[in-house]
Ligand binder design. Structure first.
Ligand SMILES: [Zn+2]
Length: 407
């Protein structure tokens, strides 16, 4: 069966031809899909689509066609919600006051520990449905609300099941070093040893995660502890990514470069010196403006400085119940343009090919090229700049692996 998306007003291939056409834009472009792969990308003039019982044609005139969006940083598996502390935060409550009122990450950890595997899967499914309706076809998905071996494994198993059952593809990341659990409040080294000696070897052996992530920040896992954990992960064959320099400069971006991490995420407090280090590395900088907005912060990541220095920048939702309850990459693209002054072109790159690089999938997804997996969005809008401009705009059709998953 052949599927032809014909005569798109703008076809965003994301295969940069030169600086003047960063998005590899083809005006009046067509794309041919056979099985689950893209077999041809060309000008609409180059093909005469014949409709027969083996060929389906979608008339994309008046539409923009792009790769499926990629969300390279999410925490989609959790129980409950935390709008209560959001209300308190707006009234000026501090982090400690929120914790004392029963909020904060520990409240999510308690609920996730109490839930069984099925409950975790059922709670995450509607979030994946919403991600999909916003045009996302692949996400990186983290554990990190278990903070003990049993529950971290349960979360990773939930991610595995969701990946099998849901059209969205999930790339699993082990985030045992998200926070210190209550039972290790007074014994941080004990928890770090537990991660290194028990959790990581088990997760690697059972192949439950592709990446290991650490919340690298003073007061949580500092430079030295993060390095020890990530080195162990690397020696066990896992890829590396970091929650880096979110609140204060903590040498986390530097550590990402030292360990050749796939991505350093947040970076609101990155130093100029570390921007230069990132620019001379393969590490992708993943920025998440909705998180800063949700916690009523004022310091956003220096997107302009990073991009102007030559750093590869991706955008992600950071979907989580505490600090970023959003499933929409198009909204994040709007925020990136409006708050961080990224251009619409940069926002598109950041949610497609650059995000694919942050999860080491550029050979499969992130662009529309012959041989790549057919992950595609069709947007009924006049031009690509329309998406960040129209806050909350949604795609008309979402295709994953050659199949229409949302229409
Ligand atoms: Zn996060």
């Amino acid at each position: 069966l052949r599927f032809i998306i014909h005569n798109a007003n703008q076809l965003l291939t994301m295969t940069m031809i030169d600086k003047s056409n960063q998005l590899g834009l083809i005006e009046h472009g067509s794309i041919i899909i056979e099985e689950n792969k893209i077999t041809r990308v060309c000008s609409a003039n180059d093909i005469v689509p014949k409709i027969d019982k083996h060929t389906q044609v979608f008339d994309a005139s008046g539409c923009v066609v792009s790769p499926g969006l990629i969300d390279s940083h999410t925490h989609p598996v959790f129980i409950g919600s935390r709008e209560c502390e959001f209300g308190l935060r707006i009234k000026g409550a501090t982090y400690t006051e929120i914790s004392q009122s029963g909020g904060g990450i520990r409240s999510t950890v308690a609920k996730v520990r109490d839930a069984n595997l099925n409950e975790l899967v059922s709670a995450a499914k509607p979030r994946l449905d919403r991600l999909m309706k916003w045009g996302t076809t692949t996400i990186e998905a983290k554990s990190g609300y278990g903070l003990n071996l049993e529950t971290e494994v349960k979360m990773l198993e939930a991610i595995k099941i969701l990946n099998q059952r849901h059209p969205i593809e999930l790339i699993p990341t082990f985030l045992g070093a998200h926070e210190f659990p209550n039972e290790y409040r007074e014994n941080h080294q004990g928890y770090i040893d537990h991660i290194i000696n028990e959790m990581l070897p088990y997760v690697a052996k059972q192949k439950l995660a592709e990446y290991c992530d650490v919340f690298c920040e003073e007061g949580w896992f500092n430079y030295k502890d993060s390095k020890t954990i990530l080195q162990q992960a690397k020696s066990l064959g896992l890829g590396i990514r970091l929650h880096a320099d979110e609140f204060k400069p903590s040498k986390a971006a530097r550590l990402a470069v030292e360990l050749d991490a796939s991505s350093a995420d947040h970076l609101a407090a990155i130093t100029d010196e570390d921007i230069t280090l990132l620019a001379n590395s393969n590490v992708v900088a993943t920025l998440m403006p909705s998180t800063i907005l949700s916690v009523l912060g004022k310091q956003f990541a220096p997107a302009r400085k990073l991009i102007d220095a030559g750093v590869t920048v991706a955008l992600a939702t950071d979907l989580n119940p505490g600090s970023s309850m959003v499933e929409s990459l198009p909204i994040v693209m709007s925020l990136a343009c409006m708050i961080m002054r990224m251009t619409p072109e940069e926002a598109w790159l950041a949610t497609t090919i650059n995000a694919a690089r942050a999860i080491n999938r550029t050979h499969i997804i992130g662009s529309l090229e012959q041989g790549k997996q057919a992950d595609i969005c069709i947007w009924k809008m006049p031009s690509y700049s329309y998406l960040p401009y129209h806050i909350g705009f949604m795609p008309e059709v979402v295709i994953k692996n050659g199949e229409v998953i949302y229409f």
